[in-house]
Design a protein. Structure first.
Length: 322
């Protein structure tokens, strides 16, 4: 411990452990790259509804990408049959952290053939025998991070990710300067486009120790439940909270959501869109076009969530009446 000298942010370590048994990288795509490279995977089956950010890593490893279709429940229409089990894998996405049980069932018979993409499901437990990846910065205020659980032996990189230039958005957002923070957030995300694996930054490793995971889990589940109860008769997706800790509350409508999202910005409500991609099939395209992904994170009080749900309800009513 150093004594004296310049000051520091008053961050109190709660000694939170996250991914103690995982290989810890700067991003989920770096974690995926490290696994595919070590396991010498040549063919990867991917759902036709996914974030494009993983493709550059796959291309650089010259992995042959084969798409499979997902149905309205966001599950494989038909689970791919592998002809060469030693060098092929199936990537299953635990969408919005809402498919824990379904993923368990799908992987039960031959877990070693699956990579479970828990990038949106930080608190979904790793399933023995599978390989799984996680992206903790989607749930925690940290600048980088990607976890890998696998039986494969991974040689960790010697270099650590340097997040010191990419942490300003978190401070600006905490201080209430959302606009200035957003510009830096985009730059921080861009810095993670380099998928060559590095060890998680010292900053993120420390911030994880300071995160109150129990509060985060509890608030997310409570907020999700409020939105679930409010919108269950309207939502074309039916995912009860059960034991999940979801990323967001996906609300799928019978109309496009682009203009709703635009008008919400005027009220300082910023919704992500998952995902615009040339590789999306019919279900993926309709998820992107017709779904509102409502925030449920621990920053939102019960009052905030009720206020949000009222605004959303009004906007939807207006959209349906047009
Ligand atoms: C399903 C899924 N997989 C992988 C990734 C990549 O995660 P990361 O940005 O940590 O590399 C994302 C990112 O949005 C994702 O949504």
């Amino acid at each position: 411990m150093a004594i004296g000298g310049y000051n520091q942010l008053p961050l109190i370590s709660l000694n939170t452990q996250l991914g103690a048994e995982a290989y810890q990288f700067q991003s989920a795509r770096a974690a995926l790259y490290a696994y595919l490279n070590a396991a010498k995977i040549k063919t990867l089956y991917i759902p036709n509804y996914i974030c494009d950010s993983i493709f550059p890593a796959l291309k650089s490893l010259t992995v042959d990408i084969k798409f499979y279709s997902v149905n309205e429940q966001l599950l494989p229409v038909i689970c791919p049959k592998l002809t060469n089990k030693s060098n092929s894998r199936i990537l299953l996405v635990n969408y919005f952290g809402l498919l824990n049980e379904q993923v368990k069932t799908l992987t039960a018979l031959e877990p070693e053939l699956f990579i479970v993409d828990n990038s949106q499901a930080l608190f979904c437990e790793h399933i023995d025998g599978t390989t799984s990846i996680y992206s903790p910065r989607k749930f925690l205020g940290i600048p980088d991070g990607g976890l890998l659980r696998t039986a494969e032996k991974i040689n960790m990189p010697e270099t650590q990710y340097d997040a010191s230039e990419n942490v300003g958005h978190l401070l600006l957002r905490a201080a209430g300067d959302v606009q200035a923070g957003y510009v830096r957030f985009l730059a921080a995300e861009q810095a993670l486009e380099c998928f060559i694996p590095k060890e998680i930054s010292v900053i993120s490793a420390h911030l994880i120790k300071c995160a109150d995971i129990n509060v985060i889990k509890k608030m997310r589940r409570r907020n999700y439940e409020i939105l679930y109860n409010k919108f269950k008769s309207l939502n074309q997706l039916q995912f009860p909270v059960n034991d999940h800790v979801p990323l967001c509350y996906p609300l799928k409508l019978g109309v496009g959501v682009t203009s709703i999202c635009r008008t919400l910005i005027d009220k300082a409500i910023y919704l992500p869109r998952y995902w615009r991609s040339d590789y999306s099939g019919e279900v993926g395209t309709s998820m992107f076009e017709n779904t509102l992904f409502l925030p449920i994170d621990e920053r939102l009080s019960e009052d905030n969530i009720y206020a949000l749900s009222d605004i959303i309800e009004q906007r939807i009513e207006y959209e349906y009446s047009r």
